[in-house]
Design a protein around this ligand. Structure first.
Ligand SMILES: *[C@@H]1O[C@H](CO)[C@@H](O)[C@H](O)[C@H]1NC(C)=O
Ligand SMILES: *[C@@H]1O[C@H](CO)[C@@H](O)[C@H](O)[C@H]1NC(C)=O
Length: 391
């Protein structure tokens, strides 16, 4: 992992390249200097100069003013100093991000730095550009383009999408629920997907597929080692309908198999997409090709009318722990077989990664006009997810 410890790398690089660097060993921190291109800068401790990270990535080594012990003081042409460069992660398109200490977010940044695909759009990280007036380098974000979605998904469009298998043998497994890959060992799904009444516990996870009828080379299959339902999930109650599945071996990432991020900040998305290989309507057959539906947020009050207090949902729809999305005009919805799959938004942290905001949980007869479905609200469960996935 190249990006993990920039601080050490920088020290190594600077000391290794000692004799090739343009050095002015007299200049103290704070004094004026020129960088290798003759731009005016200030001598700054390398740990506070963001451009050092960017320059070294481009193999354009910074000019050194002096050393403070082992720490180089470099000629920095940035408009602002940063707190420390050790928290920096650079994504595949050169955008700069800072770790926050929130594990789910930082895990997502690591995925971003290790994407198998570089051509997935513009970076959402900070990008360096010259500030003409101030004569220094500024870091800011570029605009973000949203992706458009169709009806059938394309291969690799939802690389975190998992299909869950039940039954004693892999060869005869029944694939009945969906899930989302969120790290190299964990799949997020619904609590009610941890077992099937007829086929027993969930035993297999398949990824990399677009169609159920895809040939075997597309099926990247893993055994489930651990099934971890949320401790407060007590069926038949519909609350806390969320679970984690740990695979017995590490999941290998490629263009068609890659984790998604989690909606850690409870950011509100008016329009989202749900994906699944579920039924194509009430009592219809399961979809062969992964289906995408675009759904809109419903007001809590409206949702409570659709999902009032009931035997298995004691106080009705609960917006603290659940989300309510549907298609107000059409009849798009998630159906049987879509359970456990993601409700996702893009862009979240990046245009390259999906952000999972919900887990498909519960709906009455799907596909009826104006009828929303209930999704487990992922942001509420991030502390629980972090405690298991990033302990
Ligand atoms: C650097 O600053 C000096 C004075 O502060 C100015 O005369 C000179 O033109 C500047 N050089 C560059 C390359 O901006
Ligand atoms: C909704 O769920 C939260 C978390 O479990 C709980 O504290 C709250 O009391 C619930 N609200 C209602 C109206 O039941």
């Amino acid at each position: 992992m190249i990006h993990r410890n920039y601080y050490l790398i920088i020290l190594n690089v600077l000391i290794w390249n000692f004799y090739t660097l343009k050095c002015d060993f007299e200049a103290e921190e704070g004094s004026k200097c020129h960088d290798s291109r003759g731009k005016n800068g200030t001598c700054v401790n390398a740990c506070h100069c963001l451009s050092v990270v960017d320059d070294i990535r481009r193999r354009d080594y910074p000019s050194i003013c002096s050393f403070q012990g082992h720490t180089p003081i470099v000629c920095c042409t940035d408009c602002k100093k940063v707190r420390h460069i050790k928290n920096v992660i650079i994504d595949k398109q050169g955008g700069i991000h800072f770790r926050t200490g929130k594990k789910a977010y930082d895990g997502c940044l690591e995925h971003l730095a290790n994407l198998p695909d570089e051509g997935c759009g513009t970076t959402t990280g900070l990008v360096k550009h010259w500030h003409e007036e101030k004569q220094c380098y500024k870091y800011s974000r570029l605009g973000v383009l949203a992706a458009n979605v169709g009806r059938d998904a394309e291969r690799g469009q939802f690389p975190h999408m998992a299909l869950l298998g039940y039954g004693p043998e892999l060869s005869t497994a029944e694939w009945l629920c969906g899930g989302s890959l969120i790290s190299n060992k964990f799949v997020l799904t619904a609590g009610h997907c941890i077992s099937s009444t007829i086929f027993g516990k969930v035993r297999y996870v398949a990824m990399g597929i677009l169609k159920r009828t895809d040939p075997p080379e597309h099926w990247h299959q893993y055994k489930v080692k651990n099934i971890i339902p949320h401790p407060e999930y007590h069926p038949p109650s519909k609350y806390h309908d969320i679970a984690l599945l740990e695979t017995s071996t590490r999941v290998t990432f490629n263009q068609h198999v890659f984790p998604a991020c989690l909606n850690i900040d409870d950011f509100f998305y008016g329009s989202v997409t749900a994906t699944g290989w579920g039924a194509m309507g009430h009592r219809k057959q399961l979809a062969d090709t992964l289906q995408i539906v675009t759904l809109q947020s419903f007001y809590d009050e409206v949702c409570l009318v659709h999902y009032p207090p009931h035997r298995n949902i004691a106080t009705g729809f609960n917006s603290t722990i659940q989300l309510c999305y549907g298609d107000e005009r059409g009849s798009k919805d998630t159906c049987e077989g879509d359970s456990g799959g993601p409700l996702q938004a893009k862009p979240g942290i990046s245009t390259c990664l999906h952000t999972v905001i919900g887990v498909t949980s519960y709906g009455r007869n799907c596909g009826y006009k104006g009828q929303p479905g209930i999704y487990t609200r992922v942001s509420f469960y991030v502390p629980w997810i972090e405690s298991i996935v990033w302990p």
